[in-house]
Design a protein around this ligand. Structure first.
Ligand code: SAH
Length: 264
């Protein structure tokens, strides 16, 4: 963690301004809920920073997020990673975002419209309100399946929608227990090679009713919501600067700009 290995991931993160995906302080460094009072969180372990986590994910998927690739983004939330994926696969690619909370889908559409509406109007990104555990068979098979919430076991239905040669990345393990961020590569013969990448802590991929229960169920105190309502993953430029990035002149680029101007 804490490293961007590929220049491409760095460039995509730089091109995807978090400001469009959160209301304020888009560059702060802790996981937050995206919509207030809904009990929706991105939760990573304390040693992990969210931006570096996003960088890690894009790095892990870099080889597969090629021009024209088809991607399934399960638990698309704010749409931030959905946009990053769409930028990576280019105009010939296709990204399906599945999210079970309708308000979040509406918000993610508004976010992307504020960032770059052509990602939606051109059909590169499509969102559906549904249960991500079922995937989205109509556009399967996928080169990449990314799951932004944890499951105790790898969902077979999702795996069946992965192309031979494709890659799935997801957090596996019980919520509140040890979870690993895993990379699953489906071979041409259909067998799957699993790589455990790191310890994480994600909210569960669950049904809507369970997610809407009290925040304590997800391990957060309601106070968090009152103090910090409504903002998703926030990362500071200071944190960015500490990352040993591969891209040239990154430190200069970041140092030369104020926080607000960083992503302009
Ligand atoms: N990747 C997202 C954040 C993921 S947080 C981003 O960049 O913003 C996990 C998301 O999974 C939440 O938005 C949550 O609502 C969603 N989720 C949880 N269970 C789900 C399910 N069964 N089907 C679809 N989405 C689900």
């Amino acid at each position: 963690m804490g490293t961007i290995k590929t220049e491409r991931a760095f460039n995509i993160l730089m091109a995807t301004n978090r400001r469009h995906y959160t209301k304020t302080n888009p560059y702060q460094d802790w996981p937050q809920n995206i919509v207030p009072f809904l009990g929706i969180h991105v939760c990573l372990n304390l040693s992990s920073m969210v931006l570096s986590f996003h960088a890690y994910s894009l790095d892990a998927l870099n080889d597969k997020l090629i021009e024209g690739a088809t991607v399934l983004d399960v638990g698309s939330g704010s749409g931030y990673l959905t946009s990053c994926f769409a930028r990576m696969v280019g105009p010939a690619g296709r990204v399906i975002g599945i999210e079970h909370i309708p308000e979040l889908v509406e918000q993610s559409i508004a976010n992307i419209n504020s960032d770059d509406p052509t990602l939606l109007t051109g059909g590169r990104i499509q969102f559906f309100v549904s249960d991500g555990r079922l995937g989205y068979p109509a556009a399967a098979p996928y080169d990449v399946i990314y799951v932004g919430a944890s499951t105790v076991e790898v969902p077979k239905t999702l795996l069946s929608q992965l192309k031979p040669g494709g890659r799935m990345v997801l957090p596996v393990g019980k919520y509140g227990d040890i979870q690993y961020y895993e990379q699953l590569d489906k071979q041409e013969d259909g067998t799957v090679v699993i790589k455990k990448m790191m310890r994480v802590q994600f909210i569960p991929l669950t049904d809507e009713a369970a997610q809407m229960q009290s925040p304590e169920v997800l391990g957060f105190h309601p106070h968090d919501y009152l103090v910090l309502p409504g903002y998703m993953e926030r990362v500071s430029p200071q944190v960015l600067q500490q990352l040993p990035l591969a891209a040239p002149n990154w430190a200069e680029k970041l140092n030369s700009k104020s926080q607000d101007a960083l992503w302009e």
